[in-house]
Design a binder for this molecule. Sequence first.
Ligand SMILES: NC(=O)c1ccc[n+]([C@@H]2O[C@H](COP(=O)([O-])OP(=O)(O)OC[C@H]3O[C@@H](n4cnc5c(N)ncnc54)[C@H](O)[C@@H]3O)[C@@H](O)[C@H]2O)c1
Length: 351
Amino acid sequence: MKKPTVINLAVVGYGGMAGHHASRLKGHPLYTIAGVYDIDPARGDAARGDGLRVYGSYAEIGADKGVDAVLIATPNDLHPFYAEYFAARGKHILCEKPAANTSADFETMVAAAEKNNTVLMVHQNRRWDKDFVTVRKVAESGVIGAPMRVESRVTGGNGIPGGWRKLQKHGGGMMPDWGVHLIDQLCHMVSAPIVRLHCDYSYRQGHECEDGFELELAFEGGPSARVTVTTDSYLPQPRWFIYGQKGSATVADWDCRGKIAVKKEYDGEIKGIAAGNGFTKTMADLPDAAVAVYDLPDVPTDYNRFYDNFAAACAGREPPEIKNAEILRVLKIMEAARASHEKRIVITDKL
Ligand SMILES: NC(=O)c1ccc[n+]([C@@H]2O[C@H](COP(=O)([O-])OP(=O)(O)OC[C@H]3O[C@@H](n4cnc5c(N)ncnc54)[C@H](O)[C@@H]3O)[C@@H](O)[C@H]2O)c1
């Protein structure tokens, strides 16, 4: 296997996400960009405009001995073909998420990388998102006691973005687009296996692909989680909400606005309030004596670690931090979610 210290990376599919990678890697000490191949000549022109070489075909990349690794940033259905093609030519693979449309396809990609002794690592970048590392830190710190339920939600009002994301054959829909990130994050927060799963996809905007979903999970030992994605919410909803044994916490948005609230020993009276046409003590605000409210911790995170680790993995210095077994598990959970929706069943297989 080639063990380069500076990775000469070629890019296949120079759309929105590849542009993000290219700008992150500009001037990076561990990377050079060999060039770009895109089926759309306009994207080739865009790459030229960004000062990048444009390959005439993907085969030219495969034949270029100077290329150490290939970033695959095409629509999802094309990832397996390109991963297998370039692994067979000795190239390391940095693959966009979701790695593949099916777990079986991903197993084929892993087998191709193993056979050719090349690295295959999937870009699960949201493990380094600040809202995620913050909520995980709060959950692990014990400040609200053992987490009993996690709600993870991503909501917007812009519908499914255009083009291939609306089409099944390309791996469109909100489960592959966002679900893959949110499930991956949850699996890094709760270590127990999933023992119960139910999912409803939504098609409120009338596309062939789901415009959102509600996924309900129960983990062995008790904790549960709900993962929500919508593309027709025109008002904000909290990104995270956790129920713990002693309190609750919310990380409300990407900028980590939110609070931690911990119940105090309190046997004073809770004053009832008028609520709608009724009266309630149950849902009345807690008095200050009954609950302590804290700011969220400022948890540092370094997304560069992703690129550093991929480079180190290609050089044989570190194992990939994003493990293919983890990717496979998430794809299987996504498949179970689809089966639950389509057959209207609760899945009780251990996942
Ligand atoms: N990790 C993340 O945060 C994140 C965010 C956005 C997108 N993505 C992923 O990145 C990938 C690309 O998404 P995008 O938003 O950049 O899409 P995009 O439509 O902007 O870009 C895809 C590019 O692939 C090109 N392409 C299509 N067919 C091709 C082929 N046969 N050979 C070569 N190029 C081809 C298209 O012309 C286009 O330029 C997807 O897998 C997506 O899920 C990841």
